[in-house]
Structure formats: structure tokens, C-alpha cells
Design a protein around this ligand. Structure first.
Ligand code: HEM
Ligand code: SF4
Ligand code: SF4
Length: 692
């Protein structure tokens, strides 16, 4: 599994690098896929409400109302309908990418299993919403979806009568399915919204809005796609015929064509297999969890900074339990803690300047204790040679740091740069233990611990407690955010920082969009300013193209040009296996008083067998068992065959009496099948076969 993660991680890291160059790290869509999922949800909800206002449920009304909306008011309803479809397709794309990205970054094991499993359930909701949406329009695609979904569901042994029997032909179609679909299509998104909320429950400040510029650009691009390539219906549904082909939405219906290849049972197996394989990933293999953060009440003053900064909501502030004169204390829930150490970086008592008592802060990771960190820093600084010399605090998830061979840099690994209390930078710089400090973490938009990069930037810039004190010259503090594949950028940043320290630079390079007193950083090497907007438009258009194309093409062939269809179906209770008989007084006495009736009628029924001949050849035989726990329900069958169009001699026979030979009913017809015609053979007791 690790090799797959590594390959995917490399792919995402490279894509991040390219998109950073094209759009800038803040606007890179790949680092905000979850937030883009939320945006898609809102776009779908708004456009869906608009479409629903003009939508009529019902066999004929559904298609007619959607056509009127698409063509009668293309400038509003048409755009809304297309936006509804394309945002739904985009939701599938961003969700799958989001899932792959979390997998690639190994953000699914340990405590994170919760987000992974709730995410998987969200995929289920997305598909229920999408499939019922296509069903409601009642065009030819809807007919295909209805038939194929029913056939798929009928393979489950839970329905007493096949759902497919609701779609035998136009005459038998009732509006109740449309009402059901409309309910499901409205309530499934509401349930999905509740699940989306559950999905991010364990996250402090979950990012549910993409950066504004990106959100606007994606919305405009989707509206543009809606204008250039409006979503259309595919001709009205007609159950009396089978279309030769249908255009599929390959985002929602990619498994449907496999029904004909694998059959419904195997397709369930495949879908279930995929789900189970994904569901066990958080435990494949289980994460050996490092110890959780621990609170030292003697040193905790209840300031709640750790509570504010913990990205995973693992800390709660509770009433003081030890009698010290503070109102609250921090409490860590070890089941939610990922051991990132960010809380220690936030704690004001985690300061290396403390001399009077042993350095035990209010909160810290036992395996990366703050006293040990101070010792490491002192030891590393005492070994530094050369001028200028720097100390690099490197997060273990980011790019490697190769210190120069001359001993002018010392590298200290931390679980996340957010674990470093700013007072450590203060110590190194103001005590001149090194000329500079570099904080080297993950890719800017993709901090492994979610908020480590952001909190570090803000603490250094003096925008978030605990601040890096003003007395620390910021040109002696550098940040470098780079993913493992961006090691060159890391090396260049380090060389440039050391060069700037050597030159005694007093002014920092201007940093666009940075507030406060930011640290030094190597200006990002992007594309020339004039090229960027053009490239961004090209990238957005390129992202829209597959949405437009795969939402209705390529088509799937449903039958050959000269083929017709025969539907063979019944839902019929076989005859009782035993006659009713009069009970003797002794038999009556054995029964409980409330069940004493003078006649006893055993409930079991005979199975129903059927046989179909076309042009003198038996093409189908089947026996169906009675439904029900006591074999007392109806036996049911729904089968469809493609047959050559043209004249056919048809004979059909049915046995429901358990007789050893012969049949109880039969019918014969000479028919001339038109290409695409759906010829139905149904059975009704006591009339017998209905052929039409
Ligand atoms: C409607 C679909 C989804 C939406 C809108 C969504 C949204 C989000 C958001 C907003 C976050 C928090 C990001 C942050 O602030 O750090 C998140 C985290 C996460 N999501 Fe999803 N998600 C969806 C589906 C999925 C799916 C299908 C999976 C995987 C099966 C998944 C797995 C995760 C994981 C593992 C995290 C946690 C990452 C971490 O621990 O840092 N999500 N999601
Ligand atoms: S180590 Fe990280 S997850 Fe655990 S309590 Fe501290 S900040 Fe929260
Ligand atoms: S940051 Fe430190 S002092 Fe403040 S509540 Fe948390 S553990 Fe206590």
C-alpha cells in the first residue's frame, strides 16, 4: 500500500508545484478540494431549488416541465439546470481527488479514520442524489437509469416483487415512483449536508470556503460551460420501446454498462468489494500511534491558547480541578490527539527562558518534550561553525534540508513547525546563538497538521498568540514551505537566506498579501505576471472540458439496429401445496385455544415454472420459488431478452400446480416485432397470459 501512497503523493506534490507556479499557492485548487466540495454543494442546492420551482412531478409532466425550463427560459432556467448538472459532476471529481489526496498524504489512519469513513458515506449520498436526479427527468436516459437501477436492486433478496415490474410498459407506469424519487432527491441532499457537517466535526476551523477568488473563478467557469454546452434531455422516455443508444453521465453512472457484462449479482459484489477495500484502508496497516499530548496542571494557567490552536479539537477547557486560582484547565482527549505538538507551540509556559524551575510547560508531547528541545537547540548551536550560521527547525513532513558541509547550519526535526514556541526563535536570535533561524515546513497550502503553517506564520508576524517578540529582527527569521519534491526550492531558500544574512540585509523583500511583521522568505518563482491570467483561464477551460464531455458522451449501445426486446414477467402465487381439510377433535385439542378453527389450510404454495419458445426453439425456462418465510407469497419473474426484429412464432407456458409434466396455462402468438419494440408477456390470474 505504501508504494501506491508514495506514487500518488509524488503526483500530487508535482501538480502542486505546477499549479503554484500558475496560480500562486493560495489559489491552488488542489489544496482546497474539501472546500471546493462545499462550494459545489451550495451551487447544486441553489440551482436545484430554482429548477424545482418549475419542475412538475408525474409521468408526462416531468419531461415537459424540464423541456420548458431548458428551452423556454434558457437564459435562467436553462443555465440553472446546466449548472445543477455540471456542479454535480464537479462534486464527484473534487470528492474523488480529495479522497485520493488524503490517501496519498496518509491522512486516513489513526484518529483520522473518522473523517475517512464519514467521507466514504458521503460518496454514497452523492450517488443517491445524482442517480435519483437523472431518474426524475423521465427522458430516455432516465428510462435506462430506472430499468438498470431496478434490475440491480432486484438482485437483492429483499423485495417480494421485482421493482422492475413498475417499468414493464407505458400502460403499467404509475406516478408514485416519481413522487418517491422527488422525495429521495430532496431529502438525500439534506441528509448529506448533515453528514458533511459530521465529516468536519473533529476539525478546528475546517476550511469549508475556498479562497474567494478561486470560488468566484470556478463558479464563472461552470456558468460559462452551462452557456457553451447546455445540458439537454435525451428525448422522452417510452417504455414501449428501447432506444438504440443512450448518452451516459460517466461521473455518476460508470458502473451501469457493467450490468450487462457482469450481471446484477457480480456488480453488487464489485461495488461492495470497492467499498470494503476503501473502508479498511485506515487500518491497513493500523497506525502505531505516538503518545498523546499531556497536560501538567501545575504549569497550566488556563489561558486556552492550546485549545484555540489544536487543529483536531482534541483539547477542551474544563473547570479547574486542582484548586489553583485559575478558572479553567486544559484537558486532552487522547482519542482525538494526533500528536502534532501544536499545542506545545501555543503554550505561553513553553519558554526556554525559564530558569527558576525545571522547564515543564502546561502541555507538551512526552516524546518531544520542550526541555529536551531546549537541550537540542543548545547542543546544536554550540556545534555551529562559520558565519553566518543558522538553526533550521524542520517539520518531518516537508522537503528535506541538506545543511552545508561547513557546519554553518544545524537541523532540528520537529513533528510540525507549529510545535515550536516562538520564544525559541527569540532565544536563538537575541542570545546570538546563531545568525538566523529558518522554519522549514510542509507545502504552504497543504500542512500535514492542517494549521501548523498558518499558525507559525501568524505567530512570527505578531498576529496570533504567542507572538514572536518585536525585539527579534525579522530578517534573521526565515520561513520555507515546500513539499518533499520541492527540495530544490528548499535548498535555494536556504542558500539565499544565508546570503542575505551575510549581506546584513536590513530590509525584507516585499511580500504581497502579508500582514504584520513577516519572516524572510524567498520570493516565489512563478510565471511572468502577464502570462498567469491567460494560463489560469486556459486551465479552468481545460478543467471544464471533461465535465461537458463526460456528462453525456460517449454513448452506450443498448441494442443493435435490427433488434427488438421481449419482456417476460409475472408475479403470481402458485397453487396451495395441500388441500384444506377438516380437523378432528383430537387435532383441535392440540392447538392453542386462540388458533382452534375447524378447517386447517397449510400455507405453502407450489413454485411457478415458465417456458418460452420463439420460432419453435425453447429460448427460456425458469422456476421461481414463492416469496415469504413460509413459502406462501407470490413467485415473481422479470426478464428481458433482445431478439431479432421481424416475424416470430411465440409460445409461452406456465405451471403453478406442482404437476410433474405438462403446464397449467399456455398462449401462442404470431408477432411481427419492429426494431426497438418492447413486446411484453405478462401473466394475470385467472385470465392467463397477456401478450402486447
Ligand atoms: C461531499 C464530499 C466531501 C466534502 C465536502 C469534504 C470536505 C472536507 C473538508 C472541508 C475537510 C476539512 C479540510 C480541512 O480544513 O483541513 C475534510 C477533511 C477530510 N476529508 Fe473530506 N470531504 C468530502 C468527502 C470525503 C471523502 C469521500 C473522503 C474519503 C473517503 C474524505 C476524507 C477526508 C479526510 C481523511 C479528511 C481529514 C484530513 C485531515 O485529517 O487533515 N472526504 N473534508
Ligand atoms: S498534539 Fe496536536 S492534536 Fe494533540 S492536543 Fe496538541 S495540538 Fe491537539
Ligand atoms: S496553552 Fe498552556 S497554559 Fe494555556 S491552557 Fe493550554 S496548557 Fe494551559
Amino acid at each position: 500500500m505504501n508504494w501506491l501512497k508514495r506514487i500518488l503523493r509524488g503526483v500530487f506534490d508535482h501538480l502542486d508545484g505546477w499549479l503554484d507556479a500558475a496560480c500562486g499557492p493560495r489559489f491552488n485548487p488542489l489544496v482546497q478540494l474539501g472546500a471546493l466540495g462545499w462550494l459545489m454543494f451550495w451551487l447544486i442546492a441553489i440551482s436545484g431549488i430554482y429548477v424545482y420551482v418549475f419542475f412538475d412531478t408525474g409521468v408526462e409532466d416531468a419531461y415537459r416541465s424540464v423541456e420548458a425550463l431548458t428551452h423556454g427560459q434558457w437564459w435562467a432556467g436553462g443555465i440553472m439546470r446546466s449548472l445543477h448538472r455540471y456542479a454535480s459532476d464537479a462534486l464527484v471529481v473534487v470528492t474523488i481527488l480529495h479522497m485520493l489526496r488524503e490517501f496519498a498524504h496518509d491522512r486516513l489512519r489513526g484518529v483520522r479514520w473518522f473523517a475517512w469513513i464519514t467521507g466514504l458515506l458521503l460518496i454514497g449520498f452523492i450517488y443517491i442524489c445524482g442517480i435519483t436526479g437523472y431518474w426524475m427527468v423521465w427522458d430516455q436516459l432516465a428510462q435506462y437509469v430506472a430499468m438498470a437501477s431496478s434490475r440491480w436492486l432486484d438482485a437483492l433478496p429483499i423485495f417480494s416483487e421485482p421493482i422492475s415490474r413498475n417499468f414493464v410498459n407505458n400502460a403499467g407506469l404509475s406516478g408514485r415512483f416519481f413522487t418517491l424519487m422527488a422525495y429521495v432527491h430532496i431529502f438525500a441532499p439534506l441528509a448529506m449536508l448533515a453528514f458533511m457537517w459530521v465529516h468536519i466535526q473533529r476539525y478546528n476551523q475546517a476550511k469549508i470556503n475556498p479562497v474567494r477568488g478561486l470560488g468566484i473563478a470556478v463558479t464563472i467557469a461552470l456558468v460559462g460551460l452551462a452557456l457553451v454546452h447546455p445540458a439537454e434531455s435525451q428525448g422522452p422516455a417510452n417504455l414501449d420501446a428501447l432506444a438504440a443508444s443512450v448518452g451516459l453521465d460517466w461521473f455518476y453512472l460508470p458502473l451501469y454498462p457493467l450490468l450487462d457484462v457482469l450481471g446484477a449479482g457480480w456488480l453488487w459484489g464489485l461495488a461492495l468489494g470497492i467499498f470494503v477495500a476503501l473502508a479498511i484502508l485506515p487500518w491497513a496497516p493500523p497506525l502505531k500511534r505516538p503518545p498523546a499530548a499531556v497536560v501538567s496542571l501545575d504549569n497550566c494557567n488556563g489561558c486556552s491558547r492550546c485549545f484555540d490552536d489544536c487543529p483536531y479539537g482534541a483539547i477542551t477547557m474544563q473547570p479547574r480541578s486542582d484548586g489553583l486560582p485559575f478558572s479553567q484547565e486544559a484537558v486532552v482527549d487522547p482519542d482525538l490527539c494526533v500528536s502534532c505538538g501544536i499545542c506545545a507551540g501555543a503554550c505561553p509556559t513553553a519558554t526556554p527562558f525559564r530558569r527558576a524551575t525545571a522547564l515543564v510547560p502546561g502541555i507538551q508531547l512526552p516524546q518531544h518534550d520542550i526541555a529536551g528541545l531546549r537541550d537540542k537547540v543548545q547542543a546544536a548551536c554550540s556545534q555551529l561553525q562559520g558565519d553566518p550560521a543558522v538553526v533550521v527547525f524542520r517539520c518531518e513532513h516537508g522537503a528535506a534540508v541538506s545543511p552545508p558541509a561547513d557546519g554553518a547550519a544545524a537541523v532540528i526535526d520537529v513533528p510540525c513547525t507549529g510545535m515550536l514556541p516562538p520564544s525559541f526563535i527569540d532565544l536563538v536570535v537575541t542570545k546570538n546563538m546563531a545568525a538566523g533561524v529558518m522554519l522549514a515546513g510542509c507545502h504552504e497550502g497543504s500542512c500535514h497538521e492542517r494549521l501548523g503553517v498558518e499558525w507559525t506564520e501568524k505567530r512570527v508576524a505578531g498576529l496570533r498568540d504567542p507572538y514572536l517578540r518585536d525585539r527579534v529582527p525579522r530578517q534573521r527569521v526565515a520561513v520555507s514551505w515546500a513539499s518533499p519534491v520541492q527540495w530544490r526550492a528548499r535548498r535555494d531558500a536556504m542558500e539565499a537566506f544565508m546570503a542575505s544574512l551575510k549581506g546584513g540585509t536590513e530590509t525584507l523583500p516585499a511580500q504581497a498579501g502579508q500582514a504584520g511583521k513577516p519572516a524572510w522568505r524567498l520570493p516565489a518563482r512563478g510565471l511572468p505576471g502577464a502570462v498567469r491570467p491567460v494560463l489560469q483561464v486556459v486551465l479552468l477551460a481545460a478543467a471544464m472540458w471533461p465535465l461537458g464531455f463526460l456528462s453525456a458522451t460517449p454513448e452506450v449501445q443498448l441494442r443493435a439496429a435490427n433488434e427488438a426486446v421481449v419482456t417476460l414477467t409475472f408475479s403470481h402465487a402458485g397453487q396451495h401445496q395441500h388441500e384444506c381439510k377438516k380437523l378432528s377433535p383430537e387435532e383441535l385439542a392440540k392447538l392453542p385455544p386462540n388458533m382452534r378453527r375447524t378447517t386447517g389450510c397449510p400455507r405453502e404454495r407450489w413454485p411457478v415454472s415458465i417456458e418460452l419458445d420463439l420460432d419453435g426453439k425453447t429460448v427460456f425456462t425458469a422456476t421461481r420459488q414463492p416469496a415469504g418465510l413460509w413459502d406462501d407469497g407470490p413467485s415473481s419473474l422479470f426478464e428481458r431478452f433482445k431478439v431479432p426484429a421481424g416475424p416470430q412464432q411465440m409460445v409461452v407456458r406456465l405451471r403453478d400446480s406442482g404437476r410433474e409434466t405438462g403446464f397449467d396455462y399456455s398462449a401462442e402468438a404470431s408477432i411481427d416485432l419492429r426494431p426497438g419494440q418492447n413486446f411484453v408477456i405478462d401473466f394475470r390470474h385467472p385470465d392467463g397470459f397477456i401478450l402486447k
